[in-house]
Design a protein around this ligand. Sequence first.
Ligand code: ZN
Length: 174
Amino acid sequence: MTRDGDRAAVYGAEDLVFAETLFAEPLGASGVTGLAAALRADDWWRSNGVAFEVVPARRESDHSSARLARHPGDIAQIRLAIHAEDAATLAHEAAHLVASIHGADSAHGDVFRSAEIDVVTVLCGTSAADRLARSFAAARLGCAPRAWTAPSPTTERGIYGRWRVARLTATPRR
Ligand SMILES: [Zn+2]
């Protein structure tokens, strides 16, 4: 990564969409790991993303981050900060993986933003993705043409919406 000049503007555009919504609801480590498993199993992700694991933050001060595998036999990792175990942060970090696969040269640049809109479509649904696209446009943050497959429009509710309903209606067993 040579520069990351859009980082603060991207965070601001995301906050306008996600802050104080269900997408920012704290899920806890086990919840967000379950949601990540649902994302990994998704057809669009399997075609356009990469296998990854969610690893716990080591320290209170750790930031969320994502990195591709570094060695053969290694697996990509998403690390979520202790207070960022939520769908919006998972989408952000997962978008870093998609952008990295496609050679993004700037951490929060136009390839990342384009990837994030598609990951949000799949994970959070089309209306959240539309709001994010409008928020980027309002902040004059452009998006690169996608170098991957467009998500299916059948994901109106998103993985998170379906996962949440299943989680709320599941009968806990001990
Ligand atoms: Zn980021």
